[in-house]
Design a protein around this ligand. Structure first.
Ligand code: 5RP
Length: 262
C-alpha cells in the first residue's frame, strides 16, 4: 500500500477488501457508487483477474459501470438478472440498527432498487460514517424536475409534523446548474440534523407527489464492514449479532493502486 494513501482512503480500501471476501463464484452482484464502492470494484477486479472469479455485476450508476468495464468486471442490467445474491455499497451514515443515509453521490434511486432486490446488502464505510442517530448528513431526496419547487414546499410543510431538528431544504447544485441524477431527476438535500423516526420519515416522504425516492435505507443492510485508517476492519452482522475484528492483508495489492485514476 503506498505510504501516501490518506488514513481515510486506507480505511475505505480495507473495508472494501474485506467485503469482497464475501463474494463467491457465480454470484450476481449489486455494485454500489461512490469512492468506497470504487475501491470495492477495484478489489473485485483483482479477484476476477487473479483467481478467475466468475461474477456479474449490476452497476448502480454510469460512473460505476464505466469503472467496472474499464477494470474487466463483467456487468449486466437489473432487467436481465432480476434478483441479486449480494450488493456491496458505501453509505453516508449508518446507525446501530444498520439503517442508512445514502445518496451523497446522487445515485440513491438505483442503489435502493438494487439493494432491495438482493439477498444480502453489505455496507462498506470508514468509521466516521457511524452515528448514534441518523441526520447529521443532509438527507438526499430525488425529485422529478417538473414542479420541483412545489415538491420542495410540500416537503418543508411535511417536515413540521416530523420528529426532526432542522428543516432546511436545498436543491443540490453543480456550479450554477442543478445536479441531475442518472434518471435526469433533481436532488433535494434535507438538513435535518437529527432524525427521530427514520422509518416514518422514509414512508411519509415517498407519499409526496414529485418525490421519486429518498435516501433512507431502512432494514435493507445486513452487514457493515467498517474500515480504520490503520488497516483494521470490524464486521458487524445485524442478523446474527456477531461482531468480528480483523486486520486486512494488503501486500500484493499493488496492481490496484497502479490502476488508481483519482
Ligand atoms: C452514492 C452513495 C454513496 O455510497 C455514499 O455517498 C458514500 O460515498 P463515499 O463512499 O464516497 O463516501 O450513497 O449515492
Amino acid at each position: 500500500m503506498p505510504a501516501d494513501l490518506s488514513p481515510i482512503d486506507k480505511a475505505k480500501f480495507v473495508a472494501a477488501r474485506r467485503a469482497v471476501d464475501f463474494v463467491e463464484n457465480g454470484m450476481k452482484l449489486g455494485l454500489g457508487t461512490g469512492s468506497t464502492a470504487a475501491w470495492m470494484v477495484r478489489c473485485l477486479a483483482e479477484r476476477v483477474k487473479d483467481e478467475g472469479l466468475r461474477v456479474v455485476g449490476v452497476p448502480t450508476s454510469r460512473r460505476t459501470a464505466e469503472l467496472a468495464t474499464e477494470l474487466g468486471v463483467p456487468i449486466t442490467t437489473m432487467d436481465e438478472v432480476k434478483w441479486l445474491d449480494l450488493t456491496i455499497d458505501g453509505a453516508d451514515e449508518f446507525d446501530p440498527n444498520l439503517n442508512l443515509i445514502k445518496g451523497g453521490g446522487a445515485a440513491l434511486l438505483q442503489e435502493k432498487i438494487v439493494a432491495t432486490a438482493s439477498d444480502r446488502m453489505i455496507v462498506i464505510a470508514d468509521a466516521a460514517k457511524e452515528v448514534a442517530q441518523l441526520g447529521a448528513f443532509p438527507l438526499p431526496v430525488e425529485v422529478v424536475p417538473f414542479g420541483w419547487q412545489t415538491t420542495k414546499a410540500l416537503i418543508e410543510e411535511t417536515l413540521f409534523s416530523m420528529d426532526v431538528l432542522g428543516r432546511d431544504v436545498a436543491l443540490r447544485m453543480n456550479k450554477s446548474k442543478p445536479v441531475k441524477t442518472d434518471e435526469n431527476n433533481y436532488i433535494l438535500d434535507l438538513s435535518l440534523k437529527r432524525i427521530g423516526n427514520p422509518r416514518q420519515l422514509a414512508l411519509v416522504l415517498n407519499q409526496i407527489p414529485g418525490v421519486v425516492e429518498n435516501g433512507l435505507f431502512i432494514d435493507i443492510c445486513d452487514i457493515v464492514v467498517i474500515g480504520h485508517g490503520d488497516g483494521r476492519v470490524t464486521v458487524r452482522d445485524i442478523n446474527t449479532g456477531k461482531v468480528e475484528d480483523a486486520s486486512v492483508e494488503v501486500a500484493g495489492s499493488d496492481n490496484i493502486f497502479a490502476d488508481l485514476g483519482d
